[in-house]
Ligand binder design. Structure first.
Ligand SMILES: Cc1ncc(COP(=O)(O)O)c(C=O)c1O
Length: 382
């Protein structure tokens, strides 16, 4: 936990809204993953937070990367990840992604039967399986339900593995990722069980990639036990792809009170909103909010951002001491899909990001300027 005095220092020094990351918590999260999953290979799903400083730290700790866009592949290359430390995934990969993945020696996740003939020659590939399950998360975060756009059906798996072999690719094994922020470990048990049911048809496999999606409170040792047992049933090495679990708790969004408003509901207006942290609006996500000032917490407040959208609320019904302009609020569990999903809507400059380690602050992304935001438009005029 970063001491409150140091959060105040960061807000003074770098301004707000500001994302701050606690290196100790990042290390602790990786240690928890390693303790639970033993010698499984860890590929960080960088969609959760692609900041190069975080990527470099994870890469230095031996973690690989899972990428789903040309930009993410470029980030992986920039931090030196390639070959066995790189996975290229996605339901609609472009020719550029196939070429870049092949140049870097990545493993491809095949998301549909039609993709077999699009892969570069002699690719290493895993087949993404849709286990057709309802899971305990927001609908928009579920990726393994019947009818979702991801993966091949259980029935299609043997034919896709065979098609890969016939086409001269290396069919390494299977991949499953049932969604994000999943609270109930039984969902993973069910998904892995459906994959294990394919064993008689697939025969032994080299790799089982059990994906990510672990909610922060989920029973990680329990999920790991099931994943390892499933991999063992195939005689396979286990790979995992956590995003949120590795970085969510390390990150906090600092925002300052702009003012208050009482209209039947109590609003505390703050300098961050949907453009900085979209998850509450997109998924109804609840982030813990801590006031960084003292006083008796008496009333309940909604945290409202600066955007001209009614849904621009960071939190609802938070009990706070009476807010005064300039005071700081810490929005927790914001390290995953926070800065990564921030946008320039309203020509807002995306926030700065700072890393805290051994009592010191280091800027790891400077605050954007309006000039950064319109640069591509101006360059197009020249
Ligand atoms: C294929 C795949 N792997 C891993 C992840 C990471 O999920 P999470 O951040 O919930 O661990 C995602 C997220 O959507 C994903 O789509």
């Amino acid at each position: 936990m970063i001491p409150a005095a140091d959060l105040h220092t960061a807000a003074e020094r770098f301004g707000t809204p500001l994302y701050v990351y606690d290196a100790a918590e990042l290390n602790a999260a990786l240690a928890r993953v390693r303790a639970a999953f033993g010698d499984a290979r860890v590929y960080y799903a960088m969609k959760a937070n692609p900041n190069l400083s975080l990527l470099r730290r994870l890469a230095a700790a031996g973690v690989g990367a899972e990428c789903v866009s040309p930009g993410e592949i470029a980030r992986a290359e920039k931090v030196g990840l390639s070959g066995e430390r790189l996975i290229v995934n996605g339901p609609a990969k472009s020719a550029h992604e196939y070429a870049a993945g092949a140049r870097l020696g990545a493993t491809f996740i095949v998301d549909r039967a039609e993709e077999v003939e699009l892969l570069p020659p002699a690719s290493r590939a895993l087949v993404r399986v849709n286990p057709a399950l309802e899971v305990s998360t927001h609908d928009h975060l579920a990726t393994g339900a019947a009818g979702s756009k991801f993966g091949v059906t259980l029935a299609q798996v043997p034919a896709v593995l065979e098609a890969l072999r016939v086409a001269g690719h290396t069919a390494l094994g299977l991949h499953v990722h049932i969604g994000s922020a999943i609270r109930d470990a039984h969902d993973f048990t069910a998904a892995f069980g459906r994959l294990a049911g394919l064993r008689a048809q697939t025969g032994p496999l080299a790799v089982l990639d059990a994906g990510g999606g672990w909610g922060l409170g989920a029973d990680l040792p329990g999920i790991a036990r099931e994943a390892r047992a499933t991999a063992a049933a195939f005689g396979a090495e286990l790979w995992v792809e956590p995003g949120r679990y590795l970085v969510a708790q390390a990150g906090t969004l600092l925002t300052r009170v702009v003012g208050t408003k009482r209209t039947g509901r109590n609003f505390v207006l703050v300098d961050a909103g949907m453009t900085e942290l979209l998850r509450p609006m997109l998924y109804g996500a609840a982030h813990p909010v801590t006031p960084l000032w003292d006083g008796p917490a008496t009333e309940r407040w909604d945290l409202a951002g600066p955007a001209c959208e009614s849904g621009d609320l960071l939190a609802r019904d938070v009990t706070l001491p009476t807010p005064v302009p300039g005071q700081l609020l810490a929005v927790g569990e914001a390290g995953a899909y926070g800065a990564a999903m921030s946008s320039n809507y309203l020509t807002r400059s995306r926030p700065a990001e700072a890393l805290y380690e051994d009592g010191q602050w280091r800027l790891v992304r400077r605050r954007e300027t309006p000039e950064d935001v319109w640069r591509a438009e101006e360059e197009a005029r020249q």
